[in-house]
Design a binder for this molecule. Structure first.
Ligand code: ADP
Ligand code: MG
Length: 302
């Protein structure tokens, strides 16, 4: 596991910004924290990047605990904050040298700066001051500084907000490219962004996790009218379940557990029960998932 959050809560004064948030992100995943403004995304990211202590719970990054080994965590994490705080008067290269210095890269610094300029597509712009760059290029500088110490985990807080459509496509492409080598967690409030870049989505609202699933499944959820979770005594042919009237799609969740997406709002549990009987299966558990998840999702895709 690359990043493990275990029952993380954060309270600002009276306000609960995160409420028992747990997730595990594997090495090599590109995961999204998807949620509306105020959901707690930035707070969670600051905690992972060791910029803010949690009120309770634990976070581990590459096996280092953020509370006990912040320096080790910082070596393993690259962080692009929400409002990318760049020194506008500095030249791109000068700034990257400065950051390399902060990480104590020594002789390797120069090489890394050159590599990052190349990787993030800054070659034509690196002689300018940061203040003279477009927002898209400033984000590239932000990515370059986040990557300079070759961290294993990259935390990108709303990396595409405020970009024009062309820049948006380019930065997403760049993040996807980087995601081939690194674990990436990015925050966004746009589902299309998740679909374009991430293979995993964690939906967060009012400090709580509402859903955590592969991107394709959340897309299904968005289209479906309802979700039923069913467990049988043995594995079932997915194609067979899909033939039940009113079912849109089925995803295998465990050896004998299935998440069933329905087309209509009609309760299809009796149909699934019938299906089990006809196929000599024992239905161990069946549960209609609450609608709230779907509603949260709708809000987000408005
Ligand atoms: P998001 O990034 O999803 O928009 P944030 O993590 O920034 O959400 O904020 C979560 C909640 O915590 C919000 O209600 C916000 O107003 C509150 N909050 C964030 N930072 C602070 C702070 N420094 N002091 C008090 N409240 C804060
Ligand atoms: Mg935020």
């Amino acid at each position: 596991m690359s990043v493990i959050a275990d029952k993380v809560s954060k309270v600002y004064g009276q306000q609960m910004a995160l409420d028992q948030v747990s997730f595990n992100i594997d090495q090599g995943e590109v995961a999204a924290l998807l949620g509306p403004n105020g959901a707690g995304k930035s707070t969670m990211m600051k905690i992972i990047a060791c910029y803010l202590p949690q009120s309770s719970g634990n976070v581990r990054v590459c096996n280092y605990d953020v509370a006990h080994s912040p320096l080790d965590v910082k070596q393993n994490v690259g962080y692009l904050p929400e409002h990318n705080p760049l020194y506008l008067d500095m030249y791109v290269k000068e700034y990257l040298y400065f950051v390399a210095g902060l990480y104590g890269l020594g002789n390797r610094g120069k090489e890394r700066v050159e590599e990052m300029i190349e990787l993030t597509g800054l070659t034509a712009e690196y002689k300018k001051t940061i203040g003279a760059l477009s927002r898209g290029y400033r984000q590239r500088v932000g990515l370059a500084q986040a990557l300079i110490h070759d961290p294993r985990v990259l935390i990108l807080d709303e990396p595409t907000s405020g970009l024009d459509p062309n820049q948006l496509v380019e930065i997403r492409q760049l993040i996807k490219e980087i995601g081939k080598e690194k674990t990436v967690i990015l925050s966004t409030h746009i589902m299309q962004e998740v679909e374009a870049v991430c293979n995993r989505v964690i939906i967060i609202s009012q400090g709580r996790i509402m859903a955590d699933a592969p991107t394709g499944e959340v897309r299904l959820l968005n289209k479906a009218s309802g979700v039923v979770w069913a467990e049988f005594d043995k594995a079932v042919d997915l194609e067979k379940i899909k033939k039940i009237d009113g079912i849109m799609d089925v995803v295998k969740e465990s050896a004998t557990g299935y998440r069933i997406f329905t087309r209509s709002t009609r309760d299809i549990r009796p149909d699934i029960f019938q299906f089990a009987v006809q196929n000599k299966l024992v239905l161990l558990s069946i549960e209609q998932k609450q609608k709230s998840l779907e509603e949260v999702f709708r809000q987000m895709t408005l």
